[in-house]
Design a protein around this ligand. Sequence first.
Ligand code: FAD
Length: 420
Amino acid sequence: MAIESDVLVIGGGLAGLTAGISAAREGAHVRLITHKQSTLRQASGLVDVLGYVDGEPVADPFAAVPDLPADHPYRIVGESGVREGLALFDDVTDYRGDHTDRNALVPTHGGTVKPTARYPASAAAGLASDDRDALLVGFETLVDFDAPLAADHLGAAGAPFAADGATVRFPGDLRPDAKVTRYAHLLDENRPVDVDGRRLPACEALAERVRPHLDGHERVGFPAVLGDDDPAAVRAALAAELGADVFEVPMGPPSLPGLRLADRLYDALDEAGASLETGVPVVDHEGGDRIERVLVDRKGATVPYAADQYVLATGGLVGKGVESDRGGVREPVFDCRVPHPADRYDWFEDGVFGDHAFARFGVDPDGELRPTDERGDPEFENVRAAGSVLGGYDFPAEKSGAGVSLATGRSAGVLATEAL
Ligand SMILES: Cc1cc2nc3c(=O)[nH]c(=O)nc-3n(C[C@H](O)[C@H](O)[C@H](O)COP(=O)(O)OP(=O)(O)OC[C@H]3O[C@@H](n4cnc5c(N)ncnc54)[C@H](O)[C@@H]3O)c2cc1C
């Protein structure tokens, strides 16, 4: 006997979680199945909707949607679909940026400025459009963030404020290979640590090491490790000690803001009443024009799961929702068509930052997000695709990754429920 639900969502990244939350809120009995950790672990935690078109920065991503190519996922869900995906996101998170249609400018750990639509509350005091002087603080053991270099880059990029950088020893003397969560938990727990021959609570100890560099700066940016369980409390404690606003600079993987966001979305999925199974891949499917059931590998046993409607949200080339080898490119769960040039030398350009075809690989959906065959007909009547398993857009070049996942995830969840 198969395990049954109305809507089965495959994939627990931003797209699958959004699809699951929206379908459950629409009244469907939803089950979400996912295998490994999603790209939220690697992503910065920023929600980019559309930062660039043809290499040019975009001020208002919503206004730019109608001019995108016809096969772009945003054209399929429309500007209203993008707005509704973000509205769902705003409802379940405490992110900022919903007061305006214009992109915010957030400094990154490399000292560049990134146009983004939504940013965590922890990054709010760091916006590049704010003209208050900023001190960036790096830690000796966290080599991915070179604060003086990032400050120099911000200056060279024309940020409208003076930025200085300092590198300090993180109190508690963590090893260089310590996980980012160790920094975060030490600050969360605010346990006493030794600093300059005294024992002080961790936040106070960190502030003590930063204070000599403060020099009148009104805001201080740290790498995004300021607490895991209660980051707002850690920021507040540091701000009180320093007498300055405190913000986080988004970091590379593993990304604490991305992990915090995943936790929040999993909570929202649970609050919406959906069921969740992690660590289990969907390995096969049964059915003809309509998927009857999928087969799930549960510790070596193959277990059937049946649903009326399916949402495929397994990610792109990074998440393994799209696979490639010398012979071609494929979508492994339903074996949906992934359009790609037959000659693999046409998959990429010579230049590293060229307009690579592989960046757009993914399934080709119809107006209801159903993957299509060569004739443009839906491959299955009850499968919808969302997020980076979709083709037709180049998220690193456009800075549109999270936005596409939210917009198509929300639409796929609603369409699947309407079809019940
Ligand atoms: C390094 C990096 C940095 C990024 N930075 C940003 C950024 O700053 N801003 C931004 O907006 N976007 C960013 N992105 C892009 C953004 O993270 C993604 O576009 C978006 O989160 C993709 O979500 P998704 O749900 O489509 O796919 P994924 O996050 O890939 O999730 C897919 C999920 O499906 C699961 N899965 C796959 N196959 C199966 C199967 N057979 N059975 C069950 N489960 C399966 C996977 O294990 C995974 O959990 C970044 C991406 C990367 C890789």
